[in-house]
Design a protein around this ligand. Structure first.
Ligand SMILES: *Cc1c(COP(=O)(O)O)cnc(C)c1O
Length: 631
């Protein structure tokens, strides 16, 4: 199949990031490939259409279960291979940090598919602890409690050890230790403990602040010495089994991983020498995803593979322990992003477009202002050698005309015709620039005149990191990939916020300000897919403009070129969203009904109108917050 992929999917850097999960089918549709077998890929637009027939329409967050299973398997296989390659004699125990994706569907699948690997969970709050305690993990899996903890959290965590959970309370501060000792002695349980260490090494990347000695979390060397003294005094030293460090998410540079691991090993060795019977070296999260496929130490990329990551950890830890004459510890990582990011795809429909060019040349008539003919005259020198000059002139004349309008010297009609003339010239510029393969300033200037494609989605709800931290995701149209995209667009959402747009795209030759798209056709759906959105996006999303959760569908790829729905969550209705901001939808309806009734009494509406109005209000309450494109 890969042979058949032509140049067009490659515009989107497709083969650098698709990692064998996504393919292009015969008719030009983007298609999902089941990584577990060799069955034909399943067309993504076809999946969307058949979900729409069932009444589940876009925007949809699509979870692809085989992708999730594959990431889990890849992580464990990579550690297996690395351990064999470097002769590492300890084991690996992964845990999933629930904060990366708390959705029950995801956590349940991970604990189920993860049982074979004794894959555990990491929690950073009481609600997350309650989730973990409701899961059926392998009896050998770890339950790691990080983050700030109050007495109730600690109480429950200690009690859970009696139920057979391998709960480890990771001490974040000396203060926390005092609560732990108090509760442990009340309960007469000797809890398993871990300690979070503040490394002095810092890393690059978006989460720099999680590392180094100004990190909010963990104990400094000085505090650590105080803690070991307290552990001795309270007779709990023999319960300190885990050392934890976390560098922050998405560490772009493997050199940082190695430096930090080396330092973590130094602490581990020293703690062992002080008498702690450590068994687990927890290196936290940080294993990154290559969102751009560029394999560079950039914020949205990583300069290593999962294999290199695992091998680096195994080698560094093995070497440090051998040198100190200490048994190889069980390596723990809290790799959440790596495990879930690729498993979800966000799909929305383009509703319509604002085009920034026009193929129709306006007529110039006798008596028109000379600036209009000057403007149109530019057309005569839109040629390779004078492109920049021509564009500068066009912009100059357009701005002059606008100034005249503002001063009351030309009328609206002439302003409109000159705007049309400018758009006409833009279409000529775009064609010329494409033919000349323009780069540099003119390319940048023309990027300022690309189309707006308006999508039926909310950036704030579904792609919060794109808005907040400029996260890049692979984004591309899902259909017509056998057809040259003739337009370039920025994608805008339906919130009335000018920040609600995507204007950074991963393309074959780097990050660009516009996405190559096809001209829209009447009556034909045009879907856009945003890939690798499984980590962090869902619960960070907000209700800006009161757009709620989209529909969420989990599918498996059944091997017959089709798919099965594993799980489905309907998106928020308007009534639900209103109740989130403390309105009672029934009260709202009652008030509206009273207003309509009053209008009826006053003769402003008739009985039939009254009925239609109430029905419209009620239907909307029960309906989706997004545009209904089926009516
Ligand atoms: C957020 C977090 C993680 C997850 O890290 P990723 O690199 O995103 O997988 C792991 N451990 C801790 C303590 C965290 O706070």
């Amino acid at each position: 199949m890969t042979d058949a992929i032509g140049e067009i999917p490659e515009l989107y850097g497709f083969s650098s990031w698709s990692e064998g999960l996504i393919d292009v089918a015969e008719g030009g549709d983007l298609a999902l490939r089941n990584p577990q077998d060799d069955t034909p890929p399943v067309s993504l637009p076809a999946i969307m259409d058949s979900l729409a027939e069932r009444g589940i329409s876009a925007p949809i967050l699509l979870r692809v279960q085989p992708f999730l299973d594959r990431s889990l398997a890849r992580l464990h296989d990579a550690f297996d291979t690395a351990f064999r390659d470097v002769n590492y004699r300890g084991a690996y125990r992964g845990v999933f940090p629930i904060k990366v994706n708390q959705q029950s569907d995801v956590v349940e699948r991970l604990t189920e598919a993860g049982r074979a690997y004794h894959f555990g969970l990491e929690v950073g709050s009481k609600p997350e602890l309650l989730i973990a305690l409701s899961q059926k993990m392998s009896p050998d899996a770890l339950l790691i409690c990080n983050g700030a903890k109050d007495a109730a959290f600690i109480h429950l965590a200690i009690l859970s050890q009696k139920l057979g959970f391998n709960t480890i309370i990771v001490l974040e501060s000396l203060h926390e230790f005092e609560i732990v000792t108090r509760i442990a002695s009340e309960l007469n349980v000797r809890p398993l403990l871990g300690v979070r260490i503040k490394l002095t090494e810092t890393v690059t990347g978006k989460w720099q602040a999680s590392s180094g000695d100004r990190s909010v979390f963990g104990l400094s060397a000085f505090e650590l010495m105080k803690l070991t003294a307290r552990l001795e005094e309270t007779g709990l030293m023999d319960r300190l089994v885990l050392q934890h460090t976390h560098l922050g998410s998405q560490v772009p540079n493997i050199m940082d991983v190695r430096r930090a691991t080396t330092e973590a090993c130094r602490f581990y060795v020293e703690l062992c020498r002080l008498g702690a019977p450590l068994e687990y070296l927890d290196l936290g999260g940080g294993l990154g995803v290559d969102y751009t496929g560029e394999r560079r130490p950039d914020e949205n990329s990583v300069n290593y593979t999962v294999h290199e990551y695992c091998r680096n950890l195994a080698e560094t830890v093995g070497y440090a322990m051998d040198e100190a004459g200490i048994d190889h510890p069980t390596i723990v990582t809290e790799s959440g992003r790596f495990v879930v990011a690729q498993s979800a795809i966000f799909v929305f429909k383009i509703l319509n477009a604002t085009l920034y060019d026009n193929s129709e040349r306006p007529e110039v008539t006798e008596g028109d202002h000379h600036l209009l003919s000057d403007l149109l005259e530019v057309e005569n020198y839109i040629v390779a050698a004078r492109l920049q000059e021509a564009l500068n002139d066009a912009i100059y004349y357009r701005d002059e005309i606008r100034a005249l309008f503002r001063r009351g010297q030309i009328d609206l009609q002439l302003l409109a015709r000159s705007e049309q003339a400018f758009l006409y010239l833009l279409s000529r510029f775009k064609t010329a620039a494409k033919q000349e393969d323009c780069v540099g300033q003119i390319d940048e200037q023309l990027t300022g005149f690309v189309d707006y494609y308006h999508g039926n989605f909310s950036l704030f709800q579904s792609l919060p990191d794109v808005w907040a931290i400029d996260q890049l995701h692979p984004i591309m149209p899902l259909q017509r990939l056998n057809e040259e995209p003739t337009r370039s667009a920025v994608l805008t959402d339906i919130t009335c916020d000018s920040d609600g747009k995507i204007d950074q795209f991963v393309l074959a030759d780097g990050v660009a300000g516009a996405l190559p798209v096809h001209g829209l056709r009447d009556g034909e759906d045009y879907y856009i897919g945003v890939f690798f959105v499984g980590a962090y996006q869902e619960t960070l999303g907000d209700l800006h403009n009161l757009f709620g959760d989209p529909n969420v569908v989990t599918i498996t790829l059944d091997g017959d070129g089709g798919f099965d729905i594993e799980h489905e969550t309907e998106g928020d209705t308007i009534a639900q969203v209103l109740s989130y901001v403390e309105y009672d939808p029934q009260d709202c309806l009652a008030t509206f009904r009273a207003t309509v009734e009053k209008a009826l009494k006053a003769g402003k509406v008739n009985a039939v109108e009254r009925r239609t109005m109430i029905a419209a209000y009620k239907n909307s309450l029960a309906g989706s917050t997004y545009f209904d494109t089926d009516c």
